[in-house]
Design a protein around this ligand. Structure first.
Ligand code: NAD
Ligand code: UDP
Length: 311
């Protein structure tokens, strides 16, 4: 029997790839989005399909729908976008998750929360296992997002304890791939767009801070396995390959235009120094690990941005 899925944030970067997978599996999909950072073009191929519905809605408002699975991704993910209106970001995380858990409880649906490695803040433990409780500034410019996701996780577990709601929590590490917006502001999109335009690549700080980059197809596979397994989570989903931001810049420059300059810009407040997932739990419980190394995943991502800039 086919399932009916609700994907909040389904017109966004990760959400639209997830919609593609669920549609390909023959299920029904309701894509819900307010188009803050998402766009119809990402799911345009499904508009008019009998198993697909598109709803313009803001998750800070309640909604009534009959669904079996809720993939709760709605929330801006790039610092540039989530800091644009930080109060709205906190509302989206808290009220949005509250409303979706209320819906899950009412209709008996299983809810997967797209949480984040940001719950670990600027980590004092490296790499980060799920048991690490994090080092998050409650009052900084990243707090609307980091603390928003932390309270969203809390709500999930309280709904589970109080009402028996079935929840799954994925702690997603930096993910990249086609359909990121050219003005997304995250590092992979910034560097690729700069390199394609023949501009210098902007290192914030000295570029010695690290991140671990997961290709979007790998992430979506992990999300699907998590939704379908018996483990509530939280489970880290990310690629354990760790790179300095300078190494990333050199890699991208090398694939596009090796002659470009790297320039330094001020490091934003509370920018985490290092980040790398421990994925032992995902390996053991989901039988999952990323298959696509960074150098390989950059190729379709660069091709996507070439098309975007040409359009
Ligand atoms: P994105 O910005 O491309 O997608 C977010 C989507 O949510 C967009 O389509 C946006 O329009 C929609 N949205 C935002 N606020 C909304 C609201 N109030 N109501 C309805 N829709 C709303 O970001 P993404 O990279 O696809 O991230 C998806 C999810 O995964 C987010 O919850 C994010 O926190 C989480 N995540 C992503 C990453 C990553 O590296 N991509 C890492 C950790 C966690
Ligand atoms: N960064 C950078 N240049 C840019 C954009 C980002 O050096 O043009 C750095 C940023 O300071 C951070 C890292 O790249 O240390 C990852 O930034 P991103 O915004 O992609 O994600 P997050 O900080 O949320 O992990």
């Amino acid at each position: 029997m086919s399932l009916r899925h609700l994907v909040t944030g389904g017109a966004g970067f990760v959400g639209s790839h997830l919609v593609d997978r669920l549609m390909a599996a023959g299920d029904e999909v309701i894509c819900l989005d307010n188009y803050f950072t998402g766009r119809k073009a990402n799911i345009a191929r499904w508009i008019g399909h009998p198993r697909f519905e598109l709803i313009r809605h803001d998750v800070t408002e309640p909604i009534r729908l009959e669904v079996d699975r809720i993939w709760h991704l709605a929330c801006p993910a790039s610092p540039v976008h989530y800091q644009f209106n930080p109060i709205k970001t906190a509302k989206t995380s808290f009220l949005g998750t509250y409303n979706m858990l209320g819906l899950a409880r009412r209709v008996g649906a299983r809810l997967l929360l797209a949480s984040t490695s940001e719950v670990y803040g600027d980590p004092e433990v490296h790499p980060q296992p799920e048991s690490y409780r994090g080092c998050v500034n409650t009052i900084g410019i990243r707090s609307c997002y980091d603390e928003g996701k932390r309270i969203a996780e809390t709500l999930c577990f309280d709904y589970r304890r109080m009402h028996g709601t079935e929840v799954r929590v994925a702690r997603i590490f930096n993910t990249y791939g086609p359909r990121m917006l050219p003005n997304d502001g995250r590092v992979v999109s910034n560097f690729i767009v700069q390199a394609l335009r023949g501009e210098p690549l902007t290192l914030y700080g000295d570029g010695s801070q690290t991140r671990s980059f997961c290709y979007v197809d790998d992430l979506v596979e992990g999300l699907i396995r998590l939704m379908n397994c018996d483990q509530t989570g939280p489970i880290n989903l990310g690629n354990p390959g760790e790179f300095t931001i300078r190494e990333l810049a050199e890699l991208i420059r090398g694939q596009i235009n090796p002659g470009l300059e790297l320039v330094q810009r001020p490091l934003p407040q509370d920018d985490p120094l290092q980040r790398q997932p421990v994925i032992d739990l995902a390996r053991a419980v989901l039988g999952w690990e990323p298959q696509i190394p960074l150098a390989q995943g950059l190729q379709p991502t660069i091709a996507h941005f070439r098309d975007e800039l040409a359009a």
